[in-house]
Write a new protein. Sequence first.
Length: 642
Amino acid sequence: MMVRSDNPELLKAQYRAFTRQVPMMYLILLSSTWALAVTHMHVAPPWLTIAVPAVFSIGCIFRMIFWWRTRNIDPPPSVAHAALARTNRLAACIAVAFTLWSFLLIPYGDAYTQSHVAFYMAITVISCIFCLMYLRSAAFVVAAIVNGAFIAFFISSTQPTFIAIAINMLLVCVGMISIVLTNYRNFERMVVSQQRTEVLSNENFKLANMDSLTDLPNRRAFFAHLETELRTARDAGTRLGLGVIDLDGFKPVNDLYGHSVGDRLLIEVGKRLSSALKASAAFRLGGDEFAIIAPYIPDDAQLVINANAIVEQLRAPYHMPEGTVQISASMGIAVFPDLASTREQLFDRADYALYHAKRTRRSEAILFTADHESQINAEARIEHMLKQTELESELFVVFQPIVDISNEQTIGFEALARWDNAVLGRVSPAQFIPIAERAGIVSSLTRPLLKKALASASQWEDHLRLSFNLSAHDLNSCEGVLSVVGIIESSEFDARRLDLEITETALAHDVEQVKRSVEMLRHLGCGISLDDFGIGYSSLTRLHALPLTKIKIDRSFVTCLHDKPASHKIVKSLLTLSRDMGLECVAEGVETAEELAALRQLGGTLVQGYFYSPPLSAHDVGKFLSEQRAKSVMAEREYDKL
């Protein structure tokens, strides 16, 4: 029956309930005591009717004020336990004191005043017990002391009325104790149930706001926290930094080692982020994308330095049981209120800076600047015009020769997209194609461009091939690839002379769907080229699974090939790989004689670039071929003369 300390929440609930009822107990005790004292003033001495009640009143008022002042306080469990334990001791003292005072009054007066004493003890103890029901130990102490003494005293009085009252009081006391026990058990169950509900609520909150894999706050918590920090920064007039991180090279880890290793890698990334941050908070937005919210940031230059330091930590090798894994990370940073005033703007700016980092400075941190904002506005205009313009009348194709350097003969042309807009003028494909891909409307460009390319190529000689680029969107759905198949079949160009180029980024989507699409195009007779080979992250296992016929070495490896040992080794390896896989290999971006000579030395045969010709209009293709034939004839004549 002592005060329990094993359940802190129950202890605090007892305390809160007790503070609301104990002042009423003292008020009842005081009013009943003075009522009894008044009825005995004419028969009992003043020290019993005035002095003792006055002392009782001082003590009761003091305790009543104490509990009234603490009624809205939520104390620690240790303080609540100490206060309730102290109340237990005081309850025993008060019960003994008031009981002795009541018995001292019995000898005075007649039967009526004696009956008042009995009534006082019976009724007052009942009210006190009910007021103490949330502190069972105190209620039982009071009941035992007061009722025990009351029943023993009046049964021994030999007065039939007092004996009857004592027996009746005993029965009432048993009933009250039973009620107190029942109510307290219900109270305890209610508190425990609330505890369980709070635990479940906390668990649900954690499930809703925490990433179960990394134990970092998730995307939902990120946006909520960002809104809170923005409000704080706005009120305080301070700056707020947001960094959005995307891992570079994470997908090949999943492909090579499996998702379990990929998951453990994400856990390690989360740990490194958490350990690298002090006042900032890290979040996992999903997949291999993370975010950092920094409420206290330095100047822009130092901010980028700090961000690159975090990127550098993420680049350090990860030692797994399956092997050492090396990845990197790119980060986009935006700052409030610089160029971003709302939560949505801040996130979009950081995301754009990340996109820019992955395109131009992979594995680095880039801060969103005014130049990026101008670029966003320009790209928004381009996207608007792409959606509003009648593209078929404005899009056209040009053709760049693909030359076999073993005999200096053109074996085909690659069709390249061009766009002349009535409002924007000539728009570079390096601008409008990525914008169309991000906007999900690139397929509306593919269809008219493919029709025009096939129409022009149908006028060529039968030995010439046509290369045409398809986007990931064209391959990631049955509808997209069926549209491409329909255009090819309805054209007058032989599908067996068509090479459809795909990039490694297409393999980052639905691989099985891409594989089905490629197989459908191969069944049609088309060749399949892998464009920009060497700069993506696809594993060789995936590449081998596709029915490829050709690979194209990205121009970044060909530029100054003769002066870059690293590029020389890469190109040599790619040429060897293509031969081992039985694939043709085209080197893109050949612009100088030195680059051509280096490729020739490495065993390259097919090249494409400005060294031979810039992209040609459909009308100039015939002229280029005629000039090439003329050069070839002249070269043969010169050779014959020798």
